[in-house]
Design a protein around this ligand. Structure first.
Ligand code: CDP
Length: 224
């Protein structure tokens, strides 16, 4: 039996593994809500920079995260009423997000905001600790991954398509440094769960990955 009647599909994994795209499509296919937990850490980082707070200062950032004036309206993310949906995707914010996310107090401060996304008929949540910490009773847990080289190529293509200048070598290096920070932090590190949660997307298209997740979910539902 589930502790909560509202189903959660937790999709965790390293940067550029395709989690966001896959989670959104799985949510659309099932008519579920969607939580982009990384966006909360990104907004926290942006807010700290705006207010002149050092992202490495755990106490200051935690105090700020507790009253973070963030709101979600569909795909639009607002910080104190200003649309920051685009601004939080900048590469500098990606790095700072992983710094603020390493503070235990910040993670605790953002916990209930994430759990509030759990609404009927269900939720697809993507991040690093969706299955391990935020929704440990998730109906389905997926650890979506791919090799660092493939992830760097995907991120590179994405940036070029958006019209940004991008260097593959630099992207690979940044991605590895973020992987290292996300995996080595003391609290809620990025870790694969049970072996049957791993979905390695090397050589798979987004559609194939979405289908694989939906198939896993169908199996779980059929078994319950
Ligand atoms: O899109 P990408 O995977 O590159 O990043 P993201 O999911 O937006 O997350 C940005 C950063 O927030 C990550 O590098 C993590 O350090 C942190 N994060 C986290 O610690 N826990 C989560 N549940 C989600 C993100």
């Amino acid at each position: 039996m589930n502790a909560s009647p509202i189903a959660v599909i937790a999709i965790d994994g390293p940067t550029a593994s395709g989690k966001g795209t896959v989670a959104l499509r799985v949510a659309a296919a099932l008519g579920f809500h969607y939580l982009d937990s990384g966006a909360l850490y990104r907004v926290t980082a942006l807010c700290a920079l705006d207010r002149g707070i050092d992202p490495r200062d755990g106490a200051e950032v935690t105090a700020m995260a507790t009253d973070l004036p963030v709101s979600f309206a569909g795909a639009r993310i607002e910080l104190a009423g200003v649309d920051v949906s685009e601004a939080i995707r900048a590469e500098t914010i990606s790095q700072y997000a992983s710094v603020v996310a390493s503070h235990p107090g910040v993670r605790t401060a953002l916990l209930e905001r994430q759990r509030a996304f759990r609404k009927a008929p269900g939720l697809v949540a993507d991040g690093r600790d969706m299955g391990s910490v935020v929704f440990p009773d998730a109906r389905l847990k997926v650890f979506l991954t791919a090799s660092a080289e493939i992830r760097a190529q995907r991120r590179h293509k994405q940036l070029i398509e958006k019209g940004f200048a991008a260097n593959l070598g630099a992207i690979l290096q940044e991605l590895r440094s973020r992987d290292a920070r996300d995996s080595s932090r003391a609290v809620a590190p990025l870790q694969a769960g049970a072996p049957d949660t791993v979905l390695d997307s090397d050589g798979m298209t987004i559609e194939q990955v979405v289908d694989a997740v939906l198939e896993r979910y169908r199996r779980v539902v059929d078994q319950s």
